[in-house]
Write a protein that binds this ligand. Structure first.
Ligand code: ARG
Length: 566
């Protein structure tokens, strides 16, 4: 594909001796609308070197470039040189590229096979999988796909919350009030109830806390009964979590939770001691971070028990040694930002020069119409119910609009789940979001169903075609504004993916494919595709094919399926 940015850099640097290609490339911008060209080069920064007003520089450059290949016109407006790509060249370049690469259009090997560790989802055993975990799952899964598409090797880790004093409490509660059958029937709800009861009772009877601690100690020491119960809690919880992962079609390379690092922590504590980083504070051990304006990082409790940060520090070192990652991402909501900043600093203080490869990817909170979910009180909406509700609502819509659709159940899943994921990835991830069923499931508006529907529509047009899809078409047929608007967005798709990767921001792709879908629907209404004229039909079919292909790729990068019919 002609890289028009590079082409501009080449022709400008050819004419202007004192500018090299990289300098020019760095100056080039994409203007907010087409009246200002497809690309623009502002000349403010050149005023010093040229000892001339930017307007004058722009004027001279524009004049010297008159009549260049690939460009319809190159003109100057004020301090800018604006470049307008020849519409026919644009159409041919972009559509030939998509036609030959198909679903790989936009992929690259810029990652060179380097390892990216993505720590995401990571729910807690015996606790509900809440909407925050859903966001982490959805964002992490999308990042996984984006990095892979760009040639990185991803390692997805589910850092389950499967260790800590709460398991001592849960064992205590189970032994006192638990009922095996009830738990097997509704594991998470029942275990949560036990946990809540423990806290209520412990307020009246502090002795319980002591008992909880004793059970956790036993668990840490490998006591058989404690281990057996803990294993049972883990198995039951994973069964529940897996139902959600199955609905979402999300996979992990490792389910190595916090407990995985139990036998790896001594070495790290020793290392911290050797480096003189541990400080005693009220019987506990901390790493002092006052110098960096942060509260101390708690590493060991007074009874010798390790904590959440201890396990994260240990896990990071293990992951570096095992995967030699280029980057390690941690996807959680922003309430954990301090936690990550603290222990990232500890890694740095330990002298690991790779500390700057650790990256927290924070996102905003989620609320539902039912209000923010609270795990402590026990009145939780389980996430599986929420996902199934989305699927049911879509099934109702299908029954109404397209009752004869084959494969209704699977399409309802794809669209219902797609709607939830899309909603989650629609805005900048740091923004708080609200679940609004009607908005999320609507077939028009900036939603998953809208983009999926546009994809299915493109597919159905292709099925009505009378000629083969080929790239041997008359590209001048694709130079009207509606076509150009679509083609231009298709051209910028690969850049959007790289952008999304660099910012760890899948919403860049979400927005881009919404734009493509909107532009395509305009084209579709203005330009009939299945027409008598062979040349027109063939040219337009190629565009439809390109849109279908790119929408599918884009949805795929978000972790959303694209059904051919809906
Ligand atoms: N289990 C934690 C929670 O539910 C999230 C863990 C995130 N990953 C990590 N390495 N700390 O809040």
């Amino acid at each position: 594909m002609i890289d028009f940015k590079k082409e501009i850099a080449r022709i400008v640097s050819e004419k202007v001796e004192s500018l090299n290609q990289e300098d020019v490339e760095a100056l080039i911008e994409i203007p907010p609308n087409y009246d200002m060209g497809d690309y623009a080069m502002p000349c403010f920064k050149l005023a010093k070197t040229f000892r001339k007003a930017p307007n004058l520089i722009a004027q001279e450059i524009a004049e010297s470039l008159d009549g260049k290949e690939y460009f319809e016109k190159i003109e100057n407006v004020g301090p800018y040189v604006n470049f307008f790509i020849d519409r026919k060249v644009l159409a041919r370049t972009v559509l030939e590229e998509i036609f030959s690469k198909k679903e790989n259009y936009g992929s690259s090997n810029m990652g060179n096979g380097k390892n990216i560790v993505i720590d995401f989802s990571s729910p807690n055993i015996a606790k509900p999988f809440h909407v925050g975990h859903l966001r982490s799952t959805v964002i992490g899964n999308s990042l996984y796909k984006i990095y892979e598409f760009l040639g990185y090797n991803c390692i997805g880790i589910n850092h389950l919350g499967d260790w800590g004093t709460q398991f001592g409490k849960l064992i205590t509660a189970y032994k006192k009030w638990g009922n095996k059958e009830e738990i097997e029937k509704e594991p998470i709800k029942t275990l949560l109830k036990l946990y809540v009861k423990f806290h209520d009772e412990a307020e009246l009877n502090p002795e319980l806390e002591e008992e909880g601690r004793r059970w956790f100690k036993k668990l840490e020491d490998g006591d058989e009964e404690a281990r057996k119960l803990w294993n049972w809690f883990v198995d039951l919880s994973l069964k529940e979590f897996n139902k959600i992962y199955d609905l979402l079609k999300v996979k992990f390379d490792y389910f190595t939770g916090e407990s995985f690092y139990n036998d790896k922590m001594d070495r790290i504590i020793e290392l911290l001691k050797e480096k003189n980083l541990l400080k005693e504070s009220k019987g506990a051990y901390v790493v002092d971070l006052e110098e960096f304006n942060m509260p101390p990082c708690l590493v060991l409790k007074s009874d010798g028990a390790t904590l959440y940060p201890t396990r994260d520090i240990t896990a990071a070192i293990y992951r570096k040694e095992t995967f030699n990652f280029e980057k390690a991402l941690y996807v959680t909501d922003y309430s954990q930002s301090l936690h990550f900043a603290q222990w990232f600093k500890v890694i740095e203080l330990m002298g690991f020069e790779w500390a700057d490869k650790l990256e927290h990817v924070p996102f905003g909170r989620v609320s539902t119409e039912e209000g923010r979910m609270q795990t402590r009180k026990g009145n939780v909406i389980l996430l599986e119910e929420l996902l199934n509700k989305a699927i049911d609502k879509v099934r109702e819509i299908i029954e109404e609009k397209n009752p004869n659709l084959e494969n209704k159940d699977e399409v309802a899943r794809q669209v219902g789940i797609g709607a939830v994921i899309f909603n989650d990835l629609s805005n900048n991830k740091i923004k708080d979001i609200v679940f609004n069923w009607d908005r999320m499931l609507s077939f028009d508006g900036e939603t998953g169903p809208y983009v999926q529907y546009t994809h299915a529509r493109a597919n159905s047009v292709l099925n009505k075609r009378k000629y083969d899809i080929t790239n041997d078409v008359d590209y001048s047929i694709l130079t009207n504004q509606e076509a150009v608007d679509v083609i231009r967005l298709l051209q910028l798709f690969p850049e959007a993916i790289v952008n999304a990767m660099e910012k760890n921001e899948p919403s860049i792709i979400t927005r881009h494919i919404v734009d493509i879908a909107q532009a395509f629907n305009k084209f579709y209404h203005e330009c009939p595709i299945i027409v008598e004229d062979e040349n027109i039909q063939k040219a337009r079919l190629l565009l439809v094919f390109a849109v279908k292909t790119v929408l599918k790729t884009g949805l795929g990068l978000l972790g959303i399926d694209a059904p051919d019919k809906m």
